[in-house]
Design a protein around this ligand. Structure first.
Ligand SMILES: *Cc1c(COP(=O)(O)O)cnc(C)c1O
Length: 353
């Protein structure tokens, strides 16, 4: 039987893998031998092509440059001790990608192109997935409006692509954050829940201001009142007050993270009380003052879980206690054990390549 979506493969003549210094990688700077490209035109997806990684030709009038129709995903492939390679909950990313596509008036990408494309691509560049603590292959599926012309209307042509970058344990030192009381990342009815490129563009300026003040990230609060915690930079946010783990419920301003969902499930599996509910800045500050605030951490694919060491809200500053028995430590381990095939996969999250 001929599959509905054939993938054509053009291999590199010679792999560049031997020129790569895997011990000194900068996150997201090195790309594997191959990439996937698939064009949508005249209302349909064309044949997906896997070809050597390299520049693409685009005219300056291309719509993505003018109106920002661009979405992406962030995923990882992991290698186990036996050299087998696994994806982590790839269908969740595929579904979210299409949610993002819908919101940005872009065509949805069929599973045969997104998931099978990923699998074919990883298979070809399997050597680029390294085995070892914190090592992985970072996968970046994305879609851009590729029609030429500056009329402000949705593009009639799109490019879906996947590129892949070898990654290692992502540790950027201590993270201290500022709780937003002026800027916002997303608003009601907006695109906050979509992985839209523009959400990042809009966050760089306020984040730079935080960096100038000596902080690394911003905790985003709700745009209307700045009273409730929403996200930790480009991650979802978790707060531990007493023994309870709290996280903001996702809505149209908050990205529904795969790591967030996995952390909630892992916490439940470990008997950690976890609640999805709004957490106010007032509640956070009070818990900090009376010693009940034990942990704050962000969750996301790139860094899994990032413990936050301290925060500032207007005039109030707080340093979190150092806890060797933290939920963060426990949950990082539990998640990584599943990702690297060291633990039973009770929820069916691993997908072998
Ligand atoms: C990607 C992203 C996350 C994390 O999502 P994961 O699926 O866990 O990687 C959280 N917040 C924002 C704003 C994001 O873009």
């Amino acid at each position: 039987m001929i599959p509905t979506h054939e993938i054509v493969i053009e291999k590199v003549k010679k792999s560049k893998i031997n020129t790569i210094d895997f011990d000194n990688l900068t996150f997201g700077k090195t790309f594997t031998d191959h990439m996937l490209e698939c064009t949508w035109s005249n209302g349909a997806w064309r044949t997906a092509k896997i070809k050597p990684y390299g520049p693409i030709q685009i005219e300056p009038s291309c719509k993505v440059f003018h109106y920002g129709q661009a979405i992406f995903e962030g995923m990882k492939a992991f290698k186990d001790a036996h050299g087998e390679v696994f994806l982590f909950r790839p269908e969740d990313n595929w579904l979210r990608f299409n949610e993002s596509a819908k919101r940005l008036a872009m065509p949805e990408v069929p599973k045969e192109i997104f998931i099978e494309g990923l699998k074919n691509l990883i298979n070809l560049d399997k050597e680029w997935v390294r085995y070892g603590e914190g090592l992985s292959l970072y996968l970046r599926p994305f879609m851009i409006a590729s029609e030429n012309g500056v009329a402000a209307a949705p593009s009639t042509e799109y490019k879906f692509m996947i590129i892949m970058s070898p990654a290692f344990a992502y540790y950027k030192g201590d993270v201290r954050v500022v709780i937003a009381s002026e800027f916002s990342r997303a608003a009601n009815g907006g695109v906050g829940y979509a992985k839209a490129a523009g959400n990042y563009a809009a966050s760089f300026y306020p984040n730079n201001l935080a960096i100038k003040e000596g902080y690394q990230q911003i905790i985003w609060t709700d745009a209307a009142s700045h009273e409730y915690l929403e996200e930790a930079g480009t991650m979802n946010i978790f707060v531990r007050i007493g023994d309870t783990l709290l996280t903001a419920p996702h809505n149209d301003r908050i990205l529904n993270g795969v790591t967030r969902r996995s952390v909630i499930q892992m916490a439940k599996d470990h008997g950690i009380p976890v609640e999805e509910r709004r957490v106010s800045v007032k509640e956070l500050n009070e818990a900090a003052r009376n010693g009940e605030l034990k942990e704050i951490f962000g969750s996301g694919t790139a860094a899994v879980i990032v413990p936050i060491k301290g925060y500032k809200h207007e005039e109030f500053q707080y340093e979190l206690p150092v806890d060797t028995d933290s939920y963060a430590t426990k949950l990082i381990k539990a998640l990584k054990d599943i990702q690297y095939n060291r633990a039973e996969d009770r929820h069916g999250w691993r997908v072998q390549i």
